[in-house]
Write a protein that binds this ligand. Sequence first.
Ligand code: COA
Length: 249
Amino acid sequence: MSEFIEISNEEGVTTLRFDRPEKKNAITADMYQDMADAIDTANADADVRCILFLGHSGAFTAGNDIADFARIAMSGGERSSMAVFEFLERIIMAKKPMVAGVDGLAIGVGTTMLMHCDHVIASHIASFRTPFVDLGLIPEAGSSLFAPRLMGHHRAFWLLAMGEKFSPEQAREAGLVSQIVASDDLETQAVKTARSIAAKPPQAMEISRKLIRGDRSDILARMREEAELFGKRLLSEEAKQAFMAFMNR
Ligand code: COA
């Protein structure tokens, strides 16, 4: 168990909060595992009808902990079974509706995970960036398949390959964000939305959501393919140099 994911249950909503503000909520292997386990628990509990992801004002999450990446890169070995991929499988196939409230930086997986949420509320200070290529890495979370489907090839390339930042408005136009609110209202609005989803007739919600999400098995398959390649890229010279450059800033 990590101390950096705060888990709470109220009014039919399981809230998972990134709670490592001193590191901009960067996500370690233990944090991914905690979230994967919490999603399993939520899936098995009929009283849980919505999952809500939150961070803090200023940082939803700065993405994968780069010190973790550097440790893996230096130790070598097969890495396609990392906890991050356990977590990504859970959110691609999640049985319960998922809402995210983003009130600041959403980097790397902090952006790609939003593609699998059912409703994303961002504040005016939110920003979205996936510097995978700059880190010698490749897109994950099935985003190399899902992002072009969601926002078209050019915007997906801009975000995922060029690593350019999306403002909240650009993210909304791209279909990554459902709603933009003031930073002061973000958390209230996200909790209210998650609770309103949780309060709806659960069977009708489940069937409707399944129809809207469609069959995601191709995205899961792409996520696994990306995981293989990502594991190899972590060991590349390009990645090692990028991790060291970040660590030695
Ligand atoms: N992994 C590990 N530590 C991270 C981190 C990450 N992804 N993001 C931020 N941190 C740490 C910083 O090292 C710093 O730690 P320190 O105080 O012990 O030195 C602390 O969080 C605060 O970050 P800092 O860089 O000082 O804040 P900033 O406001 O100047 O910049 C970011 C914030 C997020 C823009 C910058 O930290 C960054 O680019 N992080 C890397 C993001 C990234 O590439 N993620 C991986 C995507 S695949």
